[in-house]
Design a protein around this ligand. Structure first.
Ligand code: F6P
Ligand code: MG
Length: 446
């Protein structure tokens, strides 16, 4: 969202370290209706497919879904009150409780007068409700076309990256400690910049990677505003336990499908091949989310497509990834909490099972902007407030955010750094040009 989309915060920006920041409010007039219109169009264009698969019942479901989505778009555009979910699905109670909590603080809770994070998440959940109420098309992923297109449009970059990975893997045994560290930094940055390629920031417009990702890294280096990658590496090195060899686990909380997912798989491959990690747990979304986020289907599809590629090193990478999954070295998980509107500091209470799972990791990589907003509560923090303060107690394990900036929240900067950026590039927080590699360990005092 553009900076101008957000209303003035209720509380001024400068907050002392122990004061909780004001919520980020925003008018959502522009991007969300555009996304909804595209969703409606996608469902309509697939009418024949529904007919072929389900006959007249499929066509009726298509009509009824479009009618619910048109109603949703009208509610959004005319600032109606946010409604309770009615589909009775497993997470509906959590959503409805969350709405009641909002209503205790503010009345009425309507589209333009609520927290941006909440209404944005709510829109994606309502899209899902419209589908779920209309079997037999309930499982249709309205964002699938865009995600697959983004993968195919990034083919050259994917090939370049897989070729690079296979070269590193082949020479792994010969790498000095310094060379190994250099590769770690490079592939961490590739995964970081992969986050430029999300589709919700472009309201579903094509946003793929064309250039060779490795060649771009040095030019992009000055745009990394906080670079804690040495701490990330140290966390991994100190997690290697001589008494328990082969036990280091990295969790990657995924963001977008398409090119970004490939960069994450390449990083995960490197972590395993180099011995820095022995297990990688990927966490994705259980419903289509924020246009381009990874679901289980996207995860499997991407590995299959990589295997099937007509390019030796790309296909070899795909086969390796498939065997990591088969052998349990890699695993994919989803949990309803990732598609709730809650900030992550709510996790110990609202999703204690997920929190306990994450506590088993030696390092958690949180990909992307939305995860950063949820880590920091999406508030107008003073830019110099520490990441630790903004996390407000969330810290199941050492964690790192790999995020390109697309929303008006940024913490952990040096005094004056934010001001300098604002005078040079007023849209620095939202234009996706800048990034952070921001680390926090619950074991260290910060
Ligand atoms: O800028 C629009 C937006 O939907 C933000 O609300 C959201 O934080 C971001 O795009 C999604 O980006 P990412 O895919 O990096 O989480
Ligand atoms: Mg995303």
């Amino acid at each position: 969202m553009m900076a101008a989309d957000r209303a003035v915060p209720e509380v001024p920006l400068s907050l002392s370290a122990n004061v909780v920041g004001s919520f980020a409010y925003l008018t959502i007039r522009d991007r969300l209706p555009t996304i909804l219109t595209k969703v409606i169009d996608t469902i309509h264009r697939n009418k024949n497919k529904f007919f072929e698969e389900y006959g007249e019942e499929g066509v009726q479901a298509e009509k009824a879904t479009i009618s619910l989505l048109s109603k949703l778009r009208n509610e959004l555009q005319t600032d109606k009150t946010v409604l309770l979910l009615t589909d009775g699905l497993a997470d509906a109670d959590s959503w409805n409780q969350y709405l009641r909590r909002q209503q205790d603080q503010q009345d009425p809770v309507s589209w333009f007068r609520s927290q941006w994070l909440y209404v944005e998440c709510y829109m994606y959940r309502r899209i899902q409700e419209a589908l779920w109420l209309n079997p037999p098309i309930s499982d249709f992923d309205v964002f699938n076309e865009g995600k697959t297109q983004s993968f195919f449009e990034s083919q050259q970059a994917v090939i370049a990256l897989c070729t690079y990975l296979q070269d590193v893997n082949t020479n792994m045994g010969k790498l000095s400690k310094d060379q190994l560290q250099e590769q770690f930094h490079k592939l961490l940055q590739v995964s970081l910049w992969g986050n430029k390629c999300d589709l919700s920031i472009s309201a579903g417009q094509e946003n793929s990677q064309k250039a060779s990702p490795i060649d771009s890294l040095s030019n992009l280096q000055p745009f990394i505003l906080v670079d804690n990658s040495d701490m990330v590496l140290s966390a991994l090195v100190s997690a290697q336990k001589p008494e328990q060899p082969g036990k280091t686990r990295v969790d990657i909380v995924l963001d977008n499908a398409g090119f970004e997912l490939v960069t994450d798989l390449v990083l995960a491959d490197f972590l395993v091949t180099s011995g820095l990690a022995h297990k990688v747990c990927f966490h994705g979304k259980s419903i289509p989310w924020f246009v381009s986020d990874v679901t289980a289907n996207d995860f499997r599809w991407t590995i299959r497509q990589t295997m099937a590629a007509n390019h030796k090193w790309m296909s070899k990478s795909g086969y390796e990834w498939q065997s990591y999954v088969r052998e349990g070295v890699w695993s994919y998980h989803d949990h309803p909490f990732w598609t709730l509107p809650h900030e992550f500091c709510d996790m110990p209470v609202d999703a204690p099972d997920l929190y306990a799972t994450l506590q088993g990791a030696d390092l958690i990589l949180f990909k992307g902007d939305l995860n950063y907003r949820k880590l920091t509560g999406d508030r107008y923090w003073d830019h110099t407030i520490s990441f630790n303060t903004a996390l407000r107690g969330f810290g199941p394990a050492p964690l790192c955010s790999l995020r390109t900036l697309k929303a008006n929240v940024q913490v952990g900067l040096q005094p004056g750094q934010g001001e300098k950026l604002s005078s040079k590039d007023p849209d620095w927080m939202t234009n996706g040009k800048y990034a952070v590699i921001q680390f926090h360990s619950p074991h260290s005092e910060q």
